[in-house]
Write a protein that binds this ligand. Structure first.
Ligand code: SF4
Length: 302
């Protein structure tokens, strides 16, 4: 019998995560992204195979009862898009009664249904909502996300802007870059400008392909990714591990503070520029402050 619970798995950005898959065995998604790690499949507007919420909640309770390792988040995800699940609100409300204190609820969505009122009613119950935004130009959107024919990018963007001010939790956006598809600097500039308008956006996870995708798609080189980062000036950006590992820029404290004025830096990224001791000295001087966003600590210019 299908078990909708998997993990816990360690995620760099959210910590130890227990996954809750609401779409069952077959992929059910309204996108068919170029970079999807699941099998390629024609997008669908609605879920056809629907798991009963009680089945998912019973499986979650049983997994939590047996759990011996630490846990940071319970993640609603899907072998597809979780906001297509028609009982999402019942599920999250039921989950809240089962999840131990201190463990947060997280949902990973493609953001395509944030304007739908029933979806909003469910999302507001999550501690962390993460949505993908890979494109801001319709042609790029069609090419990278390969959406269901009735989905409009303009409506999706409207939905994000409608939902964000109603949401009081951690709102995180993910931008996944595919070489030669959505990495045009003018496109990224427009995309970052849109994200600047999203109220309450707490973090932007910039990433590229790191597992074999469903279609022909190539990752961006770390150097190109670093170049594009400039467009996210002032926004709380979290970079992929591969880029961080290759960012070994010797820096003075002055140059580092200059960079920090442009955008907050995660502690992990800041260590690519200065030693732990230098960072501590700057903190003691009051030249920088820290703030936790999800599982990631950021340095901010005060
Ligand atoms: S939204 Fe997610 S599940 Fe759906 S096709 Fe894209 S990557 Fe795959």
């Amino acid at each position: 019998m299908f078990n909708p619970i998997f993990g816990p798995l360690k995620s760099r950005r959210f910590g130890w995560s227990l996954g809750i898959d609401v779409s069952g065995q077959a992929k059910q998604c309204n996108f068919d992204c170029l970079y999807c790690e699941l099998v390629a499949k024609k997008p669908q507007e609605h879920m056809q195979d629907i798991l009963a919420p009680t089945l998912i909640l019973n499986a979650l309770k049983s997994a939590l009862d047996k759990l011996e390792s630490p846990l940071d988040v319970c993640t609603t995800t899907a072998n597809g898009e979780p906001t297509l699940y028609p009982y999402l609100k019942d599920l999250i409300v039921g989950m809240q009664g089962l999840i131990p204190k201190g463990v947060q609820t997280l949902i990973l969505s493609n953001g395509s249904r944030f304007g739908v009122s029933e979806v909003q009613e469910a999302l507001v119950h999550y501690d962390i909502v993460k949505f993908s935004l890979d494109a801001i130009w319709p042609k790029v959107f069609s090419r990278i996300d390969r959406p269901h024919k009735d989905l409009s990018l303009a409506k999706i963007l409207e939905g994000v802007l409608d939902f964000a001010p109603k949401y009081g939790g951690f709102l995180v956006a993910e931008v996944l870059l595919v070489a030669g598809v959505n990495d045009n600097p003018a496109h990224i500039k427009d995309l970052a400008d849109f994200l600047r308008q999203v109220p309450n956006l707490r973090r932007i996870d910039l990433s590229t392909i790191d597992r074999p995708p469903a279609h022909q798609a190539k990752p961006l080189e770390p150097a190109k990714l670093q170049e594009l980062m400039a467009h996210f000036q002032g926004l709380p950006l979290s970079l992929p591990k591969r880029v961080l590992e290759q960012t070994q820029v010797p820096s003075s404290k002055e140059a580092f503070l200059e960079l920090l004025r442009c955008r907050p830096l995660s502690v992990e990224e800041a260590r690519c520029y200065l030693s732990a001791r230098q960072l501590q000295e700057l903190q003691e001087m009051g030249a920088l402050q820290t703030k936790q966003v999800g599982q990631i600590h950021f340095y901010y210019h005060p």
